[in-house]
Structure formats: structure tokens, C-alpha cells
Design a protein around this ligand. Structure first.
Ligand code: AMP
Ligand code: MG
Length: 406
């Protein structure tokens, strides 16, 4: 038997990051940059106004107060988007809107609130009464104050999220090189599986794993697609997997990997497609695990156990870190903390166990119904209590390691 850590280590060693591609900004969302992006222009690219008001020469207004206002002729107007050449000569003002280029000769913007808003009509011939002086530089956004041309906008390795997309767009980039979100194909094996929403006859069950694992892969940042169910037929499973290889960076199957079952066809199907190692991992739930690569591109495949809780816990322990490794970033693992048990918890000797539990502040309560088929208990849990291999029982009041479920 392998330990949980050995199995994860083997997976992470085998995973090679997917190729990077150039993608438009929204397609790159969730991707990991593989280039250092530098600024081709300063940001902002020109001096502009931070407020609606009047562009002036500050020195000319130095004495202005509410009691002694200064009146200036308004010689023009510049609004955001205007591309002409504008100038302020000392002793005059140009009406200006937020984001409009600062006229040459101006060194401050007087907010409209500090004036009579130009009661004298529209320029030319207009006048504005200014009731407060400003220092040079007031309400001006200087060219390059966010980034200078040549500065690093974002470093390779950065995850492209909404804020980074905003910055890339502001810096004028329409596309970037990223390792995109990995594409994951999920399928369930089992003759007993029926489609939720359709009737089941006695002896059959609704497929839950492929839905749950597809959702979990999406939650972990992948572009996951549910293929659905495949019967326990090695040939059909093999052709399905071959077909899915064309559109996936990772494959996940569930079921059909128990040790020695004659109907456990996953091994047979995969023996012709690649090299997948089936092993027992010293854990509960989730002992039978398989991992390897299939197809010409050596696409990673996880063959997870069929019991739904086992499949889910296996996903979080093994697939989640692998998905980030595929994007070339540090493997993301579930956050862990420590908490005090409210109730005793037995645990199998020689296996690391992951008990479904409710974490509430510093206290953690194991849920009733730890069977690895018991989805209702799983769905009530927000945490897994991790009990080490050599520990066979934790007492109430003892502190334990707890993994927080996403
Ligand atoms: P297996 O690993 O195929 O032997 O399956 C172990 C147990 O998990 C059996 O009780 C299966 O019926 C159940 N199981 C397998 N696949 C699924 C699935 N996709 N959804 C729900 N239960 C499943
Ligand atoms: Mg089965």
C-alpha cells in the first residue's frame, strides 16, 4: 500500500504543464501568464484632469477666496476624448472634464465646486469666478504615475483575474500568453447508472459522481465537461476515452477500479491506451486509486473509486493539486487548520482517514454516517477531520488537523 503523500508525489512528478497559448483577454481569464508583460506606453499616457472644472495657471489664482474671488475669462473647453491641441495662457481658464487632456500652459485644475460654474455663459466670452486657490498640480493625473513605459505590468506566473484583465486592457494589450484553465473530461462507469431526471428500476442508481466531479473541477478553476456514464464494457470505455482525449487536458473516471472485480473494466480498457498504475492507497475513504497517462499526448488520467464520498475526497486530495500543476503553478491544496473535537472519532489502523465534519470556529464535530456511499452526510460537511495513519481514536477535547472543504 502507498501512503497518501506518496501517491500525490507520484502524480505531481508525472504532471507536465500544458502548453501556453496566446488568448484574448476574456479567454485568458483564469489562465496563468507565461510572459512578463511590460508597458508599451506610460499609464496614464498623458497628463489629464482628475475632476470636472477649469484648467488654469495656479499662480494666477493665489489670492482667491470666497470674499475675494478671482474672475477669469474662459477661452475654451476640452472634454474627455478630445484630441486637439489646447493651451491656457496665464490669466485665462479652459473648462475641462474628468479624463480630458490638460491644456499646455495649465498646471492645476480648479474643481467646478470652487467656482460659480461659469455663470457668464459658454466660451468664448464666458467668465468663471474662482473662490479658492489651488497649488500647482492640483487635480492632475500625471502621465506615467501608474506605470512608466517599460515598467513591468504583470510578471509571468500571475493568475489572470478580473483586476489583471482590467490592467492589461488599460495598458493596451488585447491578448496575452497564458497556460489556460485545463480542460477536464469527466465520465462515470457502471452498468447500474441511470441519468438523474429519468426513472430508475430496482437495482439501478442515479449517477452522481460525474456531476459532482465536473462541478468540483469547475470550482477548482478547470473548464470541465461531463461526458456522462459508460457501461462496464471495456471496448466502449476505451472508445469513449479515445474520443474524449481529443478535447481534454485531463480525464477523470469514477468506478470500476475495485481490486479484483470481474466487472471492473477500467484496467482492461486502459491497458491498450497508455500506462496507468492502479494502487491501494492507505486512506479512508478512497483506497483504490489509479493514475497514469493515455494517448499520444500522454494525457493524465485519474481513475477514481466509485463510491461517491471516496471519489470526492480523492478529487480534493489528488486532482485539485494536479490541476494547478498543469498550469505551472504551486499545487493548490485544501486549506487546513486545527480544531478541537466535540465528540470522539474512531479511525482505521494504518490508514489516514478523512472524516466528514462540521467546523464551527475552533470546534469540529464529526458527522454521523461516515460510510463512503453517504452523500447526505458529505453534503452537510464543511470540513474533513484528518486522522493520521497510526491513530485509531481521537477523544473529545483533543485537537485535530482539519481540511476546509471549498
Ligand atoms: P465500483 O468502484 O464501480 O465498484 O463502485 C463502488 C460503489 O460506488 C458501488 O456501490 C457503485 O454503485 C457506486 N458508484 C459507482 N459509480 C457511481 C456513480 N457514478 N454515482 C453513484 N454511485 C456510484
Ligand atoms: Mg462499478
Amino acid at each position: 500500500m502507498k501512503t497518501v503523500d506518496e501517491h500525490l508525489e507520484a502524480i505531481l512528478t508525472a504532471i507536465e504543464p500544458i502548453d501556453s497559448i496566446e488568448l484574448g483577454l476574456l479567454e485568458a481569464e483564469g489562465g496563468v501568464l507565461t510572459e512578463d508583460v511590460t508597458a508599451s506606453h506610460p499609464l496614464p499616457s498623458f497628463d489629464n484632469s482628475a475632476m470636472d472644472g477649469y484648467a488654469v495657471r495656479a499662480a494666477y489664482l493665489s489670492g482667491a477666496t470666497a470674499w475675494h474671488p478671482v474672475t477669469l475669462p474662459v477661452v475654451g473647453e476640452v472634454v474627455a476624448g478630445d484630441t486637439g491641441a489646447y493651451a491656457v495662457i496665464p490669466g485665462t481658464a479652459v473648462r475641462i472634464t474628468t479624463g480630458a487632456q490638460l491644456p499646455t500652459g495649465a498646471d492645476a485644475v480648479i474643481p467646478v465646486e470652487w467656482t460659480d460654474a461659469g455663470a457668464g455663459g459658454r466660451p468664448p466670452g464666458a467668465k468663471v469666478q474662482v473662490r479658492r486657490a489651488a497649488d500647482a498640480g492640483h487635480a492632475i493625473r500625471h502621465s506615467g504615475e501608474d506605470l512608466q513605459a517599460g515598467d513591468q505590468v504583470l510578471a509571468a506566473g500571475t493568475v489572470v483575474g478580473p483586476m489583471q484583465i482590467g490592467l492589461l486592457a488599460a495598458a493596451g494589450r488585447g491578448a496575452v500568453r497564458v497556460r489556460p484553465r485545463p480542460r477536464v473530461a469527466v465520465l462515470s462507469t457502471g452498468n447500474e447508472l441511470a441519468e438523474p431526471g429519468s426513472p430508475v428500476t430496482m437495482g439501478r442508481i442515479w449517477d452522481s459522481n460525474s456531476f459532482m466531479l465536473t462541478a468540483a473541477a469547475r470550482q477548482a478553476g478547470a473548464l470541465a465537461h461531463r461526458h456522462g456514464t459508460v457501461p462496464d464494457d471495456a471496448h466502449e470505455l476505451m472508445t469513449t476515452i479515445e474520443d474524449e482525449l481529443a478535447r481534454a487536458d485531463v480525464l477523470i473516471t469514477s468506478g470500476g477500479v475495485s481490486m479484483g472485480g470481474v466487472h471492473d473494466v477500467v484496467k482492461d480498457a486502459l491497458s491498450g491506451l497508455g500506462s496507468v498504475e492502479f494502487s491501494k492507497v492507505a486512506m479512508q475513504p478512497g483506497m483504490p486509486q489509479g493514475f497514469g497517462t493515455v494517448g499520444d499526448d500522454r494525457t493524465p488520467i485519474f481513475t477514481l473509486p466509485g463510491n461517491p464520498v471516496s471519489a470526492y475526497v480523492s478529487f480534493q486530495l489528488f486532482v485539485r493539486p494536479a490541476l494547478s500543476a498543469l498550469q505551472g503553478t504551486d499545487p493548490q491544496r485544501l486549506r487546513t487548520t486545527r480544531a478541537v473535537l466535540t465528540d470522539p472519532l474512531p479511525s482505521p489502523a494504518g490508514k489516514r482517514s478523512f472524516a466528514r465534519a462540521v467546523l464551527n470556529g475552533g470546534a469540529v464535530t464529526p458527522l454521523a454516517g461516515q460510510g463512503s456511499h453517504r452523500l447526505a452526510a458529505l453534503a452537510r460537511a464543511n470540513a474533513l477531520i484528518v486522522v493520521p495513519e497510526q491513530v485509531e481514536r481521537l477523544e473529545a477535547g483533543e485537537e485535530a488537523e482539519v481540511m476546509c472543504l471549498p
